[in-house]
Design a binder for this molecule. Structure first.
Ligand code: ACM
Ligand code: ZN
Length: 774
């Protein structure tokens, strides 16, 4: 493993945090970053004290005023009176200003006489309130007074749909924790809560017409331990929300300007429903509420009219509970194996003349028929659907909005077909992925690697789209799947502080984004997390080591960052950094192997030590050209990933590996001068369940001019077998010593997945890293 936490426990966050600049003064270093903040440095501040009151100029803002009073009390202990002016006190006025063009935009003006928050709508006022609330100092006990510097803030969100998803099927989240989750979203200016209510492992929403959905479908007999280990905990598990509880939560969210988008996942991910109503499945069952993780083959029978009526009946009750314009109907990961064999499904295919064409099978068209049916039914009730990007397969239903989760390509395709899109790519926004590579010190997660900085770096507008098409990218969302999150505390840990990075992707203008600045502001926000009792991940207090390979100067440029302005000290020889180790003052330029270790020091306390090995060989920092493209989702820094001196490890999605699918890795390395070598090596990272396979062949050729190549070695590799391990495979190929300037490495991918695998016949992924030339 390259990046590791080597030592130390974050003692107490309070010890690591800088003292508040002035205990009782507000500052506007908030997240998400507002569009425009003009602090009037020399003007007198507003004094918030026990006589401060909140008044409403006009509009339906009573709820907002009460919420602001509560937030101020939470932070400072001072509770302003709402409604009437208080003798000797200053006023915070809430108002509607129709001249603000964005429906969620606001202005916040502070001077020594008053604070005025105006929004185009009550939602806009609410975001002004969030900004004021996040600017307040956190005071233990009750403040005598708080100074709020004079300021003029003008702000509005970048995207109208700012979502976060939570799966409550795999693990049930009780209503009080759902309320806390909604509070967490409000703190981050998030306005959509995508509530994933049903799945194979549990049906969690009461449906009056089908009482067995909850009586049977909400309970599983036991749960598999770990990653489908074959061992079970033996404990019955269950939980669901009554319609009354749901109504209350919808109201709680609405009071915070959050719309709940409910999801009933169709026609796959339905095994819990089938356990309750087996005649809705192709085989008739019996089925049990699933006890393992993954994608079940047991799906709704699309040839059964009763199933179609079931879909309508369930959706009718869902519509009655949730005022959202959008109802999510899933559509993801629906295996077609049973439909292929089911006489009813095949009869429907025949009756509807659903032929395999344009690259889609008849069964994919049958899925499109189910989703179209749901779309039309919901349309008749005045609602629109959202579906996962699989709903593109077999043709998009009119008016469908697509959630692009398998990278961004589904979203790009949908926008090009004039459909609205919400970007939620698993390559940036799946908060069930690890946030640190030091898995030994992390709670078990599904896999992957999405540290805070990568989430922050996400740009949702694909370059491929014209400005007309880009208008269809209406929003951004992160997803929290809970297979490996048995408690709400753990959900908070996985969500925070990545929600903060997400909120800046969703809300702030891209030109204002700056990770270092964000990381400083995050320290303030984390204090709020502490105060609110939220469990959050604390990796930001460690040092992040960033390495950029500079192929022009043939060096690795190493940058060290940490949250805030703490001192960073490091070593390059693998020894533990101490207060007397070298102080980091700026980028380091390395031209030879090093074992970097770095830590941040706050108030004399060392953070965890982070390490990064850099290993030079003859190809390191040499320019690389790829003759076949990488998979778009796994391109990262591009070809230089292969020669940056950092050896990929842990998981294929760490950014340290280049991914190919349908193509091969074909890389030409320019060694810059005629060089002697006789061996080429590289690793592949294999994860068969994710369709990631080992290489099928290697070919090395050399050239003096970069144009004419002579093959010096070839090797065929066997197809993987089911029993072969998921791990990193090392490949080396030797040949007669050769002298050349250019070297071409061809690593063939699996172009046709073997028959034992669910993806049989389709191309597999190939992940390769660090080409080593000796
Ligand atoms: C998904 O992650 N299956 C949408
Ligand atoms: Zn069927």
């Amino acid at each position: 493993m390259n990046i590791k936490i080597l030592s130390g426990v974050v003692a107490s966050i309070a010890m690591l945090l800088p003292a508040m600049a002035s205990g009782q003064t507000a500052n506007f270093n908030i997240i998400p970053k507002p569009q425009k903040v003009e602090v009037a440095q020399s003007a007198a501040p507003f004094i918030l004290d026990q006589n401060t009151c909140i008044s409403i100029a006009k509009g339906n803002l009573k709820n907002n005023a009460n919420m602001l009073a509560q937030y101020i009390e939470q932070a400072t202990g001072l509770r302003p009176v709402v409604g009437k002016a208080t003798k000797g006190g200053l006023t915070i006025t809430l108002d509607i200003d129709k001249t603000i063009s964005n429906a969620e935009g606001y202005t916040l003006k502070v001077d020594s006489k008053q604070i005025r928050i105006c929004g185009a709508t009550p939602a806009g006022v609410f975001y002004g309130i969030q900004t004021l609330r996040k600017s307040l100092p956190i005071v233990s006990g009750k403040a005598a007074k708080v100074e709020i510097p004079a300021v003029n803030i003008t702000d509005a969100p970048r995207f109208a749909y700012r979502g976060t998803h939570l799966d409550v099927s795999r693990h049930f989240v009780p209503t009080d924790s759902i309320r806390t989750f909604i509070d967490m979203l409000a703190l981050h200016n998030i306005n959509r809560f995508h509530w994933h209510l049903t799945d194979d492992q549990g049906w969690r929403i009461e449906i009056k017409k089908y009482p067995l959905l909850t009586a049977v479908g909400s309970k599983r007999a036991q749960t598999v331990i770990g990653h489908n280990s074959g061992k079970y905990d033996g404990k019955p598990y269950g939980g669901f929300y009554t319609q009354k509880e749901i109504r209350d939560i919808v109201k709680y969210a609405a009071d915070r300007y959050i719309t709940i988008v409910p999801e009933i996942d169709l026609p796959g991910h339905m095994q819990a429903a089938l356990a309750a109503y087996p005649d809705m499945g192709c085989t008739g069952g019996p089925y049990k509420v699933w006890e393992i993780w993954g994608v079940s083959d047991n799906v709704l029978c699309a040839g059964n009219d009763k199933t179609m009526k079931f879909i309508d009946d369930v959706l009718r009750e869902v519509v009655g509970l949730f005022p959202s314009k959008y109802i999510h109907v899933g559509g993801d990961e629906c295996p077609k194996t049973q439909w292929q064999k089911c006489p009813k499904c095949q009869a429907r295919i025949k009756a509807l003349h659903l032929e395999a064409k344009d690259g889609h099978t008849a069964e994919e068209r049958l899925q499109s028929y189910v989703i179209t049916h749901a779309t039309k039914f919901l349309k008749s009730l005045g609602r629109n659907i959202i579906g996962w990007d699989e709903i593109l397969e077999g043709g998009l239903a009119d008016g469908a909005t697509v959630m692009s989760w398998r990278g961004e390509s589904g979203g790009i395709a949908a926008a090009k077909q004039n459909h609205d899109v919400i970007m939620t790519p698993n390559t940036y926004l799946y908060f069930d992925y690890y946030q640190s590579l030091d898995k030994a010190n992390e709670p078990e997660a599904i896999g992957g690697y999405l540290p805070l900085e990568r989430v922050y770096s996400y740009e949702p507008m694909p370059k491929e789209l014209t400005s007309e098409e880009a208008r269809h990218i209406i929003g951004v969302q992160a997803n929290i799947w809970t297979e490996y999150m048995p408690t709400f505390k753990q959900i908070q840990y996985m969500a925070l502080p990545r929600l903060a990075a997400l909120s800046e992707v969703q809300w702030s203008q891209p030109e204002l984004k700056n990770y270092k600045d964000f990381a400083c502001r995050l320290i303030d926000l984390a204090q709020r997390y502490e105060q609110l009792g939220y469990n959050y991940a604390k990796h930001m207090y460690n040092v992040a080591i960033n390495v950029d390979s500079d192929t022009k100067w043939q060096e690795d440029v190493v940058r060290l960052t940490t949250a805030g302005n703490a001192e960073i000290r490091y070593t390059l020889d693998g020894s533990m950094p101490t207060m007397s180790s070298a102080l980091y003052t700026g980028p380091m330029h390395l031209q030879k192997s090093a074992d970097i270790r770095a830590a941040a020091f706050r108030n004399g306390k060392r953070s965890n030590v982070i390490s990064q090995s850099i290993s030079f060989n003859k190809a390191t920092t040499c320019p690389v050209t790829l003759l076949q493209p990488t998979h778009k989702s796994y391109t990262y820094e591009g070809a230089t990933v292969l020669t940056d001196g950092i050896i990929g490890d842990a998981a294929y999605s760490t950014g340290r590996w280049l991914g190919f699918c349908g193509n091969d890795l074909e890389a030409v390395i320019d060694l810059k001068k005629p060089t002697d070598f006789s061996e080429v090596g590289f690793n592949t990272c294999v994860e068969k369940g994710s369709w990631v396979f080992d290489a099928r062949g290697i070919e090395v050729s050399v050239s003096q001019d970069g144009k004419t190549f002579t093959t010096v070695a070839t090797k065929a590799l066997p197809a993987m077998e089911e029993k072969d391990a998921n791990k990193i495979y090392n490949h080396q190929i030797d040949f007669t010593p050769t002298k050349a300037r250019y070297i071409k490495v061809l690593v063939k991918s699996e172009h046709s997945i073997p028959a034992w695998h669910g993806g049989k016949g389709k191309p597999g992924f190939l992940f390769v890293d660090e080409i080593c030339v000796k």
